[in-house]
Design a protein around this ligand. Structure first.
Ligand SMILES: [Zn+2]
Length: 387
């Protein structure tokens, strides 16, 4: 493997002390970061490097994790800008997705992953629930393999109450996810992983949730599900099942550190306590939640209770891009204006880390600058990328 020297940049280490070296340098051998130091690179290192990158006026930082997207939406952006979730699904997402074939899934994933990489994400979780062509997932994984990202395919499924073209019989869900697990999990030198992606509580039967969660535990992989994105979805669950989304998962015994709870906007205090007690991970998609006027997740409260909160763009259809840097800024600003507190932070956090949760390892839970790089790494089930 080759050697790489990145020099003369502003090195943002995102280490526990929050060190920034300006200028600094990073020396990489193969796939390992060997040296991170302040100042100019020694001549001996420069002569060892196969490639030297002059990073003057650039930031050198760990790769970020985009903890939830739908790459198939790459070509479905901007089509239904001013609609709430269900109207947006009906007007833009479902009609186009219904016609998706493998090559289009591949191309959409390829362009979407390049967008992620260009804004600083080196790891992506894709919730892929469009199986109108049975090879769509393979097309997406092929793009992940070729682009070089670390990739977690949350193989989506719905078996009840959803748009008919996307529902599948339970046995078929198990068979197909098993095929994908056998074909792709651990491939590309371990960069690609597969887990279960139950779509939403109102699209998933209790029985299939139990079956897939049991299998996920057997395989040692995670479960990735949208919850409490809109108020009406929570109301519907109360009417149908008599409980709220997180209560439902807890009653199914499917609330644990290996569960990633996307959105988590409409939670009551009891649900936030349940998540904290069970150690589950929340995936926060603020741009999407603003785009669809869904609401504001109570992220500062979650973090004060020690809940790992990962960050994500959500699909391009409800964001219009995959820009992780825009996401960082939007997240900070949204919670400042929502709490009317410009400096709110959890106990023990440094001022510069406001809204960035402390590093806390979570067993088997693959998932985010400090928040991003550390917390979102939980969701992807891999070691954080640290400088
Ligand atoms: Zn989503």
């Amino acid at each position: 493997m080759g050697t790489l020297l990145v020099e003369e940049g502003t090195v943002v280490t995102v280490d526990d002390a929050g060190q920034v070296f300006d200028p600094g340098y990073v020396f990489i051998e193969g796939d390992r970061i060997e040296v991170v130091e302040a100042g100019a690179a020694p001549a001996a290192l420069r002569s060892q490097a196969d490639t030297v990158i002059d990073a003057t006026f650039m930031a050198v930082m760990p790769g970020m994790v985009n903890a939830h997207t739908h790459l198939f939406q790459t070509f479905i952006r901007g089509l239904a800008d001013d609609k709430p979730l269900l109207d947006w699904l009906k007007a833009a997402i479902w009609p186009v997705a219904e016609a998706l074939i493998e090559e289009e899934a591949y191309l959409a994933a390829m362009v979407g992953l390049v967008e992620n990489i260009r804004s600083g994400a080196t790891a992506v979780i894709d919730h892929q629930y469009i199986h109108t062509d049975p090879r769509n997932d393979d097309g997406v994984c092929r793009a992940a393999e070729e682009t070089g990202v670390r990739f977690l395919l949350a193989r989506g499924w719905t078996d009840v109450g959803y748009y008919p073209a996307f529902m599948e019989p339970p046995d078929h869900i198990i068979e197909e996810t098993t095929r994908l697990y056998d074909s792709w999990h651990g491939q590309a030198d371990g960069r690609i992983r597969v887990e279960f992606g139950p779509l939403i509580p109102w699209g998933c039967s209790d029985d299939t949730m139990r079956r897939t969660y049991a299998l996920a535990q057997e395989w040692g992989v995670g479960t990735h599900i949208h919850v409490a994105e809109t108020q009406s979805e929570v109301d519907a669950n109360l009417e149908k099942r008599g409980n709220r989304h997180i209560e439902w998962l807890a009653e199914l015994d499917a609330l644990a550190p290996d569960v990633q709870l996307v959105h988590s906007v409409w939670l009551d205090d009891n649900e936030i306590d349940l998540i904290a007690q069970h150690g589950a991970v929340v995936v926060h998609c603020p741009v999407s939640n603003m785009y669809l006027a869904s609401g504001v997740a109570h992220v500062p409260e979650m973090r004060e209770k020690g809940i790992p909160v990962a960050l994500a763009t959500d699909g391009p259809g409800s964001n219009n891009n995959q820009d992780m840097l825009e996401l960082l800024k939007t997240t900070a600003l949204l919670h400042k204006v929502n709490t009317l507190d410009a400096g709110r932070r959890a106990a023990g956090e440094l001022p510069a880390d406001a809204l960035l949760p402390p590093y806390r390892p979570v067993a088997r839970s693959p998932i985010s600058l400090r928040w991003e790089v550390t917390n979102s790494t939980y969701s992807i089930g891999m070691e954080p990328c640290r400088i």
